[in-house]
Design a protein around this ligand. Sequence first.
Ligand code: IMP
Ligand code: MG
Length: 179
Amino acid sequence: MERITLHDKCFVPFITSTAIHERVALMAAAINHDYKGRKPLLLAILNGSFIFAADLFRQLTIDAEISFIKLSSYSGTTSAGQVATAIGLAEDVQGRDIIIVEDIIDTGKTLHSFLPQLMQQGVASVAIAAFLTKPAALVYDVQASYFGFAIENRFVVGYGLDYNGLGRNVPSLFVLDEE
Ligand code: IMP
Ligand code: MG
């Protein structure tokens, strides 16, 4: 496979689409097992998770619903500082088993500020399904119950993840060439 250029940066092949699909199938199998007899509501965080969410959701054999939300950050005046607000959350989440679907947990900041908001709305349970995690970059206490790959602290694109808007349509994962 060749290297690709997005804007001003070069990326080299990192994880093949075959390996990605194997991992996503395993994640779906685990969710099918764990949520048997329940009806989870998947909340997919836009934009990055849309391809992962589509692949994961298609492999769920249990009853499940999905909704797509956007988290927009703004500087609050509270001591917490940045707060993520959910846009597009129309469903009543009270009493629901929620599975948050994220492309990648980097510092954990986004989900760290979103999770309490879900809790306040009286959800029955919350789990996180993250396609990628970067353990070395984690700052906030956010743990994925399901993840595809734990990767080193490098910048990746493809499979929904972008570099300034580009690269989401690349079917496999590429990593920034730091040479
Ligand atoms: P966090 O709030 O620091 O966990 O950031 C998570 C968000 O940062 C993800 O949903 C991505 O949009 C973005 N992000 C973090 N690392 C990468 C990366 O390596 N490539 C592309 N986007 C990334
Ligand atoms: Mg994202």
